[in-house]
Every structure is written in structure tokens, then in C-alpha cells.
Design a protein around this ligand. Structure first.
Ligand code: KIV
Length: 279
């Protein structure tokens, strides 16, 4: 669908209400040592449930390619898919800060990234866009245009055909040093948030301590400033095997709402993840 067609469609939460969390609130949480809770969502119903539970951040992840669309990887996800799902999510939340993923091949140059970030923010209603890898020039360009950026390092699912597997990254000293250097460069380029996926807990702890910006971990130990999980994994309804870094929050809950609340409280209390969910 063309951008003009999208913008003709009305949606409820087209302007940020004053009650929405902002990036400043997340920075203050880091400064105060308050953990940031985050879950993925792809539709209005889950968005509302997550928001009601008090979860701070909703990530409209391109993981939707696997858990919603049934692909083997995130690669087939398009900017139209992301815009559509972002819009579904942003319409239904009242407080949570919403980040949307720029999917594979949508940030090949700064100009391409800017056009696609505009879709996610102007039509999808996202407050921030996330992109995988150390694309320092793209990040600086977007930030200069007023687009808040979340960087993503460690395991990069969009690079699966180069990586060959979804295994932990940064285990050897050379790769660990590169991730540390990339994180510092992305912060210097203006990224406001960093997702660290599947890295040793010790490495994540070091990066989190070094950076001024909040670091959200997934399979990155308890010392990150916050945690994110794919909602279908923590509800144990994903099609594949639940990853080691995730936890089934449904098993001790009588409803989805209760499971989401249990996750939120476990993150806030630094009870999730524990050593068994870390590398
Ligand atoms: O797409 C996604 O859901 C993500 C998380 C796994 C961090 O990027």
C-alpha cells in the first residue's frame, strides 16, 4: 500500500498522548536503577493486555515473520507488514513506549532508512525504530532527522544466512571487543537505546555499565537495564522449541493477563532472567 493510502486511513492514537512513556522516562529508569520491562506485540489485543499490566515498552519486532506469519526466518517481513502491525499496536496502548523494527533490507542507505522510518512513525505511530548491526552512518542520519533509534547487537536474526545459526555471540574475546566497540560507536552516533541479544551475561554487564543509554537484554543476563521477550515464547505458544533464555510464564498463571503481569514483576524485581536463562 502506498504511503498516501495509509495516511488516508484514520486511527485512534495518531498523536502521542501526554500519558505515553518517553525515551526520557526510560533514561531516568536507567539512572535510578529501575529495570525496564519490554515485550513484543503485533496486534491490538496483546498490546492492550501488555499495556494494562504496566509493561514499559512494546517492541513490534520483525519476529512477527516467524511467530505470526510462519516463516523460518525474519527475512520475508516487509515495511508494509511492520507498518500495519505497528499501527495495530499503537492504537491500543495508553502508556507503553512503542519501538518498531526496520525489517531486512529497509535501511541499506541513510535515505532508504529515513523513508522507511517515516512510515513506521507517521503511519505506524511508533516512537522509535530499531535496526540490527553497527550501521553507524544510518543511525547518525536518522537521529539528525529527529528519528529516535534503538540499536541491536549480539545475535542479529536478519543476518542468519551469514551467521548460519542462532547461537550465542561474543563468546570469544575478538567478537566481544567488536560488540563493545560497536555499542560505543552507536551511542556516539545518537542511538538512544540498545538491544543486546544472546551474548554472555558478563559481556552484557560490561556494556550496560559503560553506556549512558539504556540496554535491553534478551538472553543477555540479569544486569542489563531491562529485558525483552517474544510474547509467544513466554506464553509458551510459539511453534518451535522455546529458547533457553525465555521462560514459560503461563505455567504458574491462570490467564494471559496474569502471565504478563508475572513477567513484568519478575523483570522489575530483577528475578528474571536467572542463571538458567543466561549464557
Ligand atoms: O524481532 C524481535 O522480536 C526482536 C527481539 C527478539 C529483540 O528483535
Amino acid at each position: 500500500m502506498a504511503l498516501e493510502d495509509w495516511t488516508k486511513m484514520t486511527y485512534l492514537n495518531s498523536e502521542n498522548s501526554p500519558s505515553l512513556l518517553t525515551i526520557n522516562d526510560l533514561e531516568i529508569m536507567k539512572q535510578k536503577g529501575e529495570k525496564i520491562s519490554c515485550l513484543t506485540a503485533y496486534d491490538a489485543s496483546f498490546s492492550a493486555l501488555i499495556d494494562t499490566a504496566g509493561v514499559d515498552v512494546i517492541l513490534v519486532g520483525d519476529s512477527l515473520g516467524m511467530v505470526v506469519q510462519g516463516h523460518d526466518t525474519t527475512l520475508p517481513v516487509t515495511i508494509s507488514d511492520m507498518t500495519y502491525h505497528s499501527r495495530c499496536v499503537t492504537q491500543a496502548r495508553k502508556r507503553a513506549f512503542v519501538i518498531a523494527d526496520l525489517p531486512f533490507m529497509t535501511y541499506t542507505t541513510p535515505a532508504v532508512a529515513a523513508e522507511n522510518a517515516a512510515q513506521l512513525m507517521q503511519v505506524g505511530g511508533a516512537q522509535m525504530v530499531k535496526l540490527e548491526g553497527a550501521h553507524v552512518e544510518v543511525v547518525a542520519f536518522l537521529v539528525n532527522l529527529g528519528v529516535p533509534v534503538c540499536a541491536h547487537l549480539g545475535l542479529l536474526p536478519q543476518s542468519i544466512n551469514q551467521l548460519g545459526s542462532y547461537k550465542v555471540r561474543g563468546k570469544d574475546s575478538v567478537e566481544a571487543a567488536k560488540i563493545i566497540a560497536d555499542a560505543a560507536q552507536l551511542q556516539a552516533a545518537g542511538a538512544s537505546l540498545l538491544v543486546l541479544e544472546c551474548v554472555p551475561a558478563e559481556l552484557a554487564q560490561e556494556i550496560t555499565a559503560q553506556l549512558r543509554i539504556p540496554v535491553i537484554g534478551i538472553g543477555a543476563g540479569v544486569d542489563c537495564d531491562g529485558q525483552v521477550l517474544v510474547i509467544y515464547d513466554m506464553l509458551d505458544i510459539s511453534m518451535g522449541k522455546r529458547p533457553r533464555f525465555s521462560k514459560n510464564f503461563m505455567s504458574d498463571s491462570s490467564s494471559i493477563a496474569e502471565a504478563i503481569q508475572a513477567y513484568h514483576h519478575a523483570v522489575k524485581a530483577a528475578q528474571f532472567p536467572s542463571v538458567e536463562h543466561s549464557f
